[in-house]
Design a protein around this ligand. Structure first.
Ligand code: PMP
Length: 454
C-alpha cells in the first residue's frame, strides 16, 4: 500500500462517518461554487456540516464530535459559545444589533484595545481583517505620500488586491485571475526571515516604500515565527528609510499576548492591523496607529479629500461585534490567561518534537504560543518557501488531515497542518492530539521517503 492508497482508505472511513454531510454538500454544490463559502473550507471527501459548537468541541449533522483546533479561523480564543460572550451578545441583541449611529460600545472597545496594544493611540474598526489591511495600506500610502508596499513570501493578509500577491509558490505575480499586473505593480514581495533580501529591496526602492507589512508569526504560510532579530532589523530599516512598519496581527493580536506580537517580540510597529479575536467571534477588523498617522483619516482636520485617507462601511463598529469583543478581552485580561494558554502550546510543541525525534524523521514542528504547525519537509521551514516547496509530497498532508478527522480531531486545512488553541483546550485534549500524532507517524513509517529519515 502507498501513502495515496492509505489516504483512500481513510477517505472511505470518513465518507462512512459523514453521510448526512454528503447530502448537504451535494445540495450546496448546486448553489455555492465548490459547495462552500470560502475555498479553504473545502476538504475531501466533503466538508462536515456543523450543527453546534461549544468550548473546543464541534458537533456535526451525523452525530460526530471533533476537538476543534481551528476555533473559527482563530477568532474564538475562548472557545465556542463562551458563556460570558453569549450573555453579553444576547443582552445587546435586545437593545439593537445595528444602529448605524455613534454609540458608547465602539468607544469602549477602542479604549480597551488601545490600553493593551503598544503604539496604538487611535483605532478604526472594519468588518474583516482583509478590509483592515486594505485601509491600513491606503493609510500608510496617504501618510507617506509613497506608493510601494513590501510584503513577504507566504504572508496572508486577506484577498485585497495590493496584498493578494506572493502568497503561494512561486511567490510572484497575482494570486488570482481578475487581478491585473498593473494593480499589483507597487507591491514588492520580499523573502521572509531574510534581512539581506529585504535590505536589497530597500537599496533599490527605499525612498518609494510607504510601508512594510508582516505577520509576526506567518499564519496561513505555515505557523512560522519571524525571528526576533529579523523584526528588529525591519524596524531599523523602516526608520532609516522613513517607511512605516505594519504588523498584521489579525491572528497574533490578543493571541500571543494582550499586546500581541509587539509585546511578545518587544518590537514596535507603526501601524497595527487586527481582526478575529477582537470581535469575540463576530465579524471585525481594525487598524490602529499613533495619533499623527491616524489623523490622516480625520475629515474634520483635512477638509480636502485628497489630503485624507478614506475609511468606513455600513457595519463598521456594529454593537454586536463591539460587545462580543469587549466581553472577550475582559476574560483575557484575567491574570494568568496567557501563561496558561501559551504553556499548553509550548507543551504540545515540545511533545510533538520529542515524538518526531523518537521516530527519527524529518518532520518539523513550528509555532509560537498557541499557534502550532507540523511540516513534512526535508529541512526546517523557517520561511513559507521551504514549508511549501521542500515537502516530501502532498499525500502525507492529506492523509494526516483524514487520519485526524477519523480520530475526532479537526483542523484546517488539508494542505497545511496548523493547530490553534483556545483557553478551553485541556491537557487531556493535548495528550490525545500527541497520542494520535504518534500513531500517525507509526502508520506512515513504512512509506516515508528515504531522504526524510534522519
Ligand atoms: N491577515 C491575517 C494574518 C489573516 O490570517 C487573515 C485571515 N485568516 C486576514 C488578514 C484576513 O482576515 P479576514 O479573513 O477577516 O478578512
Amino acid at each position: 500500500m502507498s501513502l495515496n492508497e492509505l489516504c483512500s482508505k481513510y477517505l472511505k472511513l470518513l465518507s462512512e462517518k459523514t453521510k448526512k454531510s454528503r447530502t448537504l454538500y451535494d445540495r450546496a454544490c448546486k448553489v455555492l461554487p465548490a459547495g462552500v463559502t470560502y475555498s479553504i473550507r473545502f476538504f475531501e471527501p466533503c466538508p462536515f456540516y456543523v450543527i453546534k459548537a461549544k468550548g473546543c468541541k464541534i458537533y456535526d449533522v451525523d452525530g460526530n464530535v471533533y476537538t476543534d483546533y481551528w476555533v473559527g479561523h482563530g477568532a474564538l480564543i475562548l472557545g465556542h459559545s463562551h458563556e460570558e460572550v453569549v450573555k453579553a451578545v444576547k443582552e445587546q441583541v435586545e437593545l439593537g444589533s445595528h444602529f448605524g449611529y455613534a454609540h458608547e460600545l465602539e468607544v469602549e472597545l477602542a479604549e480597551l484595545i488601545i490600553k493593551h496594544v503598544p503604539n496604538a493611540e487611535m483605532i478604526r474598526f472594519t468588518n474583516s481583517g482583509t478590509e483592515a489591511n486594505m485601509y491600513a495600506v491606503r493609510l500608510v500610502r496617504a501618510y507617506t505620500g509613497r506608493k510601494k508596499i513590501v510584503k513577504f513570501e507566504g504572508g496572508w493578509h486577506g484577498g485585497y488586491d495590493s496584498l493578494h500577491v506572493g502568497v503561494s509558490p512561486p511567490y510572484r505575480g497575482p494570486e488570482s485571475a481578475g487581478l491585473p499586473e498593473e494593480i499589483i505593480a507597487n507591491t514588492i514581495v520580499a523573502p521572509f526571515n531574510d534581512i539581506e533580501g529585504v535590505e536589497r529591496i530597500f537599496k533599490n526602492y527605499g525612498k518609494d516604500i510607504a510601508g512594510v507589512i508582516i505577520e509576526p508569526v506567518l499564519g496561513a504560510g505555515g505557523a512560522i515565527p519571524a525571528k526576533r532579530d529579523f523584526l528588529k532589523a525591519l524596524r531599523e530599516l523602516c526608520d532609516k528609510y522613513g517607511s512605516l512598519l505594519v504588523f498584521d496581527e489579525v491572528i497574533t493580536g490578543f493571541r500571543l499576548a494582550l499586546g500581541g506580537g509587539q509585546e511578545y517580540y518587544n518590537v514596535n510597529a507603526d501601524v497595527i492591523v487586527m481582526g478575529k479575536i477582537i470581535g469575540g467571534g463576530y465579524p471585525i477588523g481594525a487598524f490602529a496607529s499613533c495619533r499623527e498617522v491616524m489623523s490622516k483619516l480625520d475629515h474634520l482636520k483635512y477638509k480636502n479629500k485628497m489630503e485624507r485617507s478614506f475609511h468606513g462601511g455600513t457595519f463598521t463598529g456594529n454593537p454586536i461585534s463591539m460587545t462580543a469583543g469587549k466581553a472577550t478581552i475582559k476574560v483575557l485580561e484575567r491574570p494568568g490567561t496567557y501563561d496558561k494558554l501559551n504553556s499548553l502550546g509550548e507543551y504540545i510543541i515540545k511533545s510533538l518534537k520529542k515524538v518526531v525525534e523518537d521516530f527519527k524523521l524529518k518532520v518539523f514542528i513550528t509555532g509560537e504560543g498557541s499557534i502550532i504547525g507540523i511540516h513534512f519537509t526535508y529541512e526546517h521551514p523557517w520561511c513559507a518557501r521551504i514549508a511549501h516547496t521542500r515537502r516530501w509530497n502532498e499525500d502525507v498532508y492529506k492523509l494526516i488531515h483524514k487520519f485526524m478527522l477519523v480520530n475526532g480531531i479537526a483542523y484546517m486545512t488539508e494542505h497545511t497542518v496548523h493547530f490553534l488553541l483556545s483557553t478551553v483546550h485541556s491537557k487531556e485534549d493535548a495528550d490525545y492530539l500527541i497520542q494520535k500524532f504518534t500513531e500517525f507517524l507509526d502508520l506512515i513509517k513504512p512509506y516515508v521517503p528515504k531522504e526524510a529519515m534522519t
